[in-house]
Design a protein around this ligand. Structure first.
Ligand code: GTQ
Ligand code: FE2
Length: 353
């Protein structure tokens, strides 16, 4: 790389040149600001009582009859400054609310999404005709271009965390969006949660089953199965960086749930203090159970059930759950499969301690 200082330029040769090239929409690379591009997003924690209160206020301000989705985006303070609606450069986390009796109309779009359910009794998401009931801790997919609508048939507010790759798709100028033609809700198959039944028992699938999509054929990953799997996970499988961690995976390929987003659940046992590491993929975490803290570079994020926090890419981090405490469960999603598919995922363990 050339130096950017004016002193590096040949005496008297520069002035007209720089104006001329700019006018012709050319830019000298050697004058670009040199900066690492993994330092824009910052760690941040959103406390649940604040989030919930602001969501309920949003319900006073807008109705789902007037807006597409009642959603508050989790704006990364480092990206917000640049006017980017994002939690990390590729992903956005957002909290959504629908009230009893409300529906969020059917549509589809090129950004892919998943939902981590926070509060819900008899609310559902319908993905490409498959109605999935939402219970706290469930993970539900609405992959790129699948039609989806939400409804609440219970008598309590339904809240969930959305995770989308919208910032990435926007950066590529490839956002397409359509309402479901002619109807607010798409037709639903009579059998609810058919995909969950299809793969009910791990390691088994309907004979001759075929699937040619880029995402998981399993639309919903029930919380009960996740908790059971974490509880039964053999202790020797624990990672020094993540303690007991399971991936929600595509049973057809063994890969991540969607091409751009992977999803994990981890159990941090009482007394665990994980080793520090960093990787170029990000993490957006929902605290499903328990409390503890995560040190991200020099910030300490104190979390308890309901909170949401973000660890940006290439930030050193370690998780701590005090010995006296119950096990904590974190549900998280990440752009790791995106970076891996490009062959640029980087990770590093702390060699200094
Ligand atoms: O629920 O369909 O957070 O379309 C952002 C865009 C949620 C949704 C978001 C969406 C949705
Ligand atoms: Fe949507």
């Amino acid at each position: 790389m050339s130096k950017t200082e004016p002193s590096s330029e040949r005496e008297g040769q520069g002035s007209d040149f720089y104006e001329d090239v700019k006018r012709q929409h050319l830019a000298p690379l050697w004058r670009q600001r040199r900066r690492p591009t993994h330092g824009r997003a910052v760690p941040h924690l959103w406390k649940w009582p604040m989030l919930r209160a602001e969501m309920m206020r949003a319900a006073d301000v807008v109705s789902t009859e007037d807006i597409e989705r009642r959603v508050l985006g989790l704006m990364n303070p480092g990206l917000e400054k640049e006017g980017i609606f994002a939690t990390t450069p590729n992903l956005v986390g957002a909290v959504q609310l629908i009230l009893p009796g409300e529906v969020a109309v059917a549509h589809h779009h090129t950004p892919a999404a998943l939902r981590v359910i926070l509060e819900s009794e008899r609310a559902y998401t319908c993905t490409d005709g498959e109605r999935c009931w939402m219970e706290p801790g469930d993970v539900i997919l609405t992959p790129a271009w699948t039609y989806h609508d939400h409804g609440n048939e219970g008598d309590k507010p339904a809240l969930w965390l959305d995770g989308l790759d919208a910032p990435l798709i926007q950066a590529m100028d490839t956002v397409f969006f359509e309402r479901y033609p002619g109807q607010t809700q798409q037709p639903q198959q009579e059998l609810h949660e058919a995909s969950v039944r299809r793969f009910r028992v791990a390691g088994m699938r309907p004979a001759g089953y075929s699937w040619d999509k880029t995402y998981s054929p399993l639309t919903k990953y029930p919380w009960r199965d996740m908790v059971q799997a974490l509880n039964e996970m053999p202790a020797p499988e624990a990672s020094e960086f993540d303690d007991l961690r399971l991936e929600y995976f595509n049973p057809h390929t063994g890969g991540p749930v969607m091409p751009t987003i992977a999803c994990y659940a981890q159990r941090l046992r009482g007394g665990v203090h994980t080793s520090r590491h960093r990787h170029s993929s990000v993490g957006i975490f929902y605290v499903f159970r328990g409390s503890g803290h995560t040190v991200v570079e020099d910030e300490r994020l104190e979390w308890s059930a309901g909170d949401i926090f973000v660890i940006p890419g290439w930030h050193w981090h370690e998780h701590v759950n005090a010995a006296s405490r119950e096990d904590a469960i974190l549900i998280s999603y990440t752009d790791e499969p995106l970076l891996k598919s490009l062959g640029i995922h980087q990770e590093e363990a702390d060699g200094s301690s």
